[in-house]
Design a protein around this ligand. Structure first.
Ligand SMILES: Nc1nc2c(ncn2[C@@H]2O[C@H](COP(=O)(O)OP(=O)(O)O)[C@@H](O)[C@H]2O)c(=O)[nH]1
Ligand SMILES: [Mg+2]
Length: 221
């Protein structure tokens, strides 16, 4: 019985996720779902990324958190559209929450929509939000064994950013080894190394992102 209930929840989620995806396509908006453990660097990456791109592209953000609007407050300085979702203890965003949030956004004024998911390396993997791309930020400070331990999350990512590489020596983590582990789980994902606090480290990430934004704009023509 329990299994059936769970199955129904997933079917419903996938159906709303498909509607969200169709909506984003129609509006030529690149929707990006940022997933990670708590503290891996999602908001920091957003701060550095938005700062670099906001003169060129129109950005909106959906912030997902159990409680508080702290991440949304960190992004207020950019003067962009931000919607906060508080899951009140829920460990992930779902497609219905995103569907509600996009009603609060003037989507005609958006090129790229970042969705910062709840920090959790398990649950968000199973919930399609209707995003075009799923970005997993994995911080090397979490330890080299986490990709294998939380492999579902790594399998569903389009891009894996190995973040906090500036801490590799202090954390005694061999970044080449970590990258090999990730590639052995998902050989299709783009794997990049970043230090989100250092905007200079984000060149490849920005190139990839801008390429995807341009692609999604063209798909409308
Ligand atoms: N040294 C270092 N610290 C980072 C990096 N990225 C994020 N941080 C720090 O990690 C902490 C958590 O980052 P935050 O962006 O809030 O993580 P989130 O919970 O995934 O949104 C903050 O103190 C950041 O300054 C990085 O690449 N290197
Ligand atoms: Mg955050």
């Amino acid at each position: 019985m329990e299994i059936k209930v769970l199955k129904n929840v997933m079917i419903k989620n996938n159906s709303i996720g498909a509607d969200n995806r169709a909506f984003f396509r129609e509006k030529a908006v690149l929707a990006v779902n940022l997933v990670s453990s708590p503290g891996a660097g999602k908001t920091t990456l957003l701060e550095s990324t938005i700062d670099k791109m906001r003169s060129k592209y129109k950005v909106a953000v959906i912030e997902g958190d159990l409680y508080t609007s702290r991440d949304a407050e960190r992004l207020e300085k950019f003067n962009i559209q931000i919607v906060q979702i508080n899951t009140e203890g829920g460990c992930h965003l779902d497609a219905r929450m995103v569907s509600g949030a996009i009603k609060e956004i003037n989507i005609d004024d958006v090129d790229v929509l970042f969705i910062e998911n709840v920090g959790n390396l398990v649950c968000p993997a199973s919930f399609d939000l209707g995003e075009a791309k799923r970005i997993l930020i994995y911080s090397i400070a979490e330890g080299a064994d986490k990709p294998q331990k939380y492999s579902t999350m790594f399998k569903t990512a389009d891009v894996v950013l190995i973040n906090k590489v500036d801490l590799s020596t202090a954390c005694r983590v061999d970044v080449d080894h970590v990258e090999k582990e990730i590639r052995s789980i998902n050989d299709k994902a783009l794997v990049l190394r970043t230090t989100a606090v250092d905007p200079h480290s984000l060149r490849e990430w920005m190139m990839w992102l801008e390429g995807e934004i341009e692609r999604s704009k063209k798909s409308k023509d």
